[in-house]
Design a protein around this ligand. Sequence first.
Ligand code: ATP
Ligand code: MG
Length: 114
Amino acid sequence: MGFKKIEAIIRTEKLDEVRMAVEGVGIVGMTVTEVKGRGSQKGILLEWRAGEYRVEFLPKLKLELVVHDVDLEKAVEALSAAARTGKVGDGKIFIYSMEDIVRVRTGERGRPAV
Ligand SMILES: Nc1ncnc2c1ncn2[C@@H]1O[C@H](COP(=O)(O)OP(=O)(O)OP(=O)(O)O)[C@@H](O)[C@H]1O
Ligand SMILES: [Mg+2]
C-alpha cells in the first residue's frame, strides 16, 4: 500500500465545486497553483471584426492532492465529476506514485501524515 499524487488541471471557476466534492469523500489537503496551459485545441481562436488571433495559453488551475491508495479512485471520481462541464477544456488528471510523506509539526510519516 502506498500513496499517489493527483495533479489535476481544472477550469478556474471549478475550484470551489471541486474542493467541496473531494472534501465530501474525505480529502482535505491540497495545493492550488495558477497556471497557463494548452490542450489539443492549441489554445483558443478569437474572432474579431478586424480578423482573428490565437491565444496560445489559457489560464487554468493546477491542484495537487496526495492521497492513500485506498482513497485514489473515489478522489479521482469526485474530482473529475465536479470539474466536468462536457465542453472542451475541462482539464486533465495526472497520477503519480509517491514515496513518502512527512508532517513537519509532528514528524509523522506515511499514512498518518497525509
Ligand atoms: N498532454 C498534456 N500535458 C500537460 N498538460 C496538459 C496536457 N493536455 C492538457 N494539459 C493541461 O490541461 C489543460 C486543459 O486541457 P484540455 O482539457 O483542453 O485537454 P484536451 O486534451 O484538449 O481535452 P479536450 O478536447 O476535452 O479539451 C491545458 O490547458 C493544459 O494545462
Ligand atoms: Mg482542449
